[in-house]
Design a protein around this ligand. Structure first.
Ligand code: TA6
Length: 268
């Protein structure tokens, strides 16, 4: 079992694994968990947890010449810096990941990655990249959030109407027509994102506000890909949808020496 931090206050309950800086449980008091977690997820150091909020960093996907899908942050051991009870309804946690011999082989720059989590009625997740090197570097990244849903057939996502997206299944550039519903595999990287995204499910409506981001990934593997995914039950595609606050593809960010960039997701 992994080392993890368990947080509880008047408003919510959460669990964060040091492996990957991975929030793998978040529920508001008296409500169903808001994040999906695979019943057969791996829970060991060096492997990504299937569900919750994987941190894709310092690259999203598998860019030219990279072997590790979604970078190394989600399989690295993070350090717990602090937990602070702000008040009965709010708890703040900071974790961090710094460059090491291993990371320098994969990403030849000195960095600090800090995860600031604010747990309450809302879930606030901030991923702060600081360039500690003498050279500028580029990152792409995503808070790869798996939202639990009652059934994928009941789901509708709005807030991305008329936005351009790259269809990762066809590699074609398209424009979103109306709200997003699901009846097949969907894997899309939206650009020019500037609105709060609304996830309507049978029992609840969730909002995802992204700051420091103009791209967003929407993904559901559907039947075939789900059956090929690691640590995922055959019919798991019915139980989640990913809405990922990102700096992906064209939304790549250049970070100058001693500068920082914050990618923030506000979920409520
Ligand atoms: O964000 C969508 C995506 O890039 C999909 O293409 C799928 O690969 C998903 O991420 C999960 O990737 P993982 O490496 O966690 O199995």
């Amino acid at each position: 079992m992994l080392d993890f931090i368990e947080l509880k206050n008047n408003k919510a309950h959460a669990k964060i694994a040091l492996n990957g800086g991975h929030i793998f449980h978040y529920e508001r008091v008296g409500q169903e968990p808001l994040l999906y977690l695979s019943e057969i997820s791996d829970f060991e150091d060096g492997k990504s947890i299937r569900g919750g909020i994987p941190i894709c960093w310092p690259w999203f996907g598998k860019p030219e010449g990279k072997t590790l899908q979604h970078g190394f942050a989600r399989t690295s051991k993070w350090t717990h810096v602090s937990t602070k009870e702000i008040d009965e309804d709010t708890t703040k946690v900071i974790l961090k990941l710094n460059h090491s011999e291993e990371t320098l082989k994969l990403f030849p720059y000195k960095f600090e990655l800090a995860l600031h989590v604010e747990l309450g009625e809302h879930l606030k997740v901030e991923l702060k990249t600081t360039n500690l090197d003498t050279k500028a570097f580029e990152i792409t990244q995503a808070l790869h959030t798996y939202f639990a849903v009652s059934h994928i057939d009941d789901v509708e996502i709005s807030g991305l109407e008329n936005k351009p997206y790259l269809d990762a299944l066809t590699y074609k550039n398209e424009v979103q027509n109306g709200a997003i519903t699901f009846s097949k595999e969907v894997d899309r990287v939206y650009q020019e994102v500037d609105k709060t995204i609304i996830l309507k499910d049978k029992n609840r409506t969730l909002h995802v506000e992204s700051i420091g981001s103009s791209s967003c990934v929407v993904w559901n593997p559907w039947i075939d890909k789900c059956s090929r995914m690691s640590a995922m039950k055959q019919d798991a595609y019915k139980e989640f949808v990913c809405i990922e606050s990102a700096n992906a593809f064209d939304d790549v960010r250049l970070i100058l020496p001693n500068e920082s960039h914050i990618l923030k997701a506000l979920i409520y």
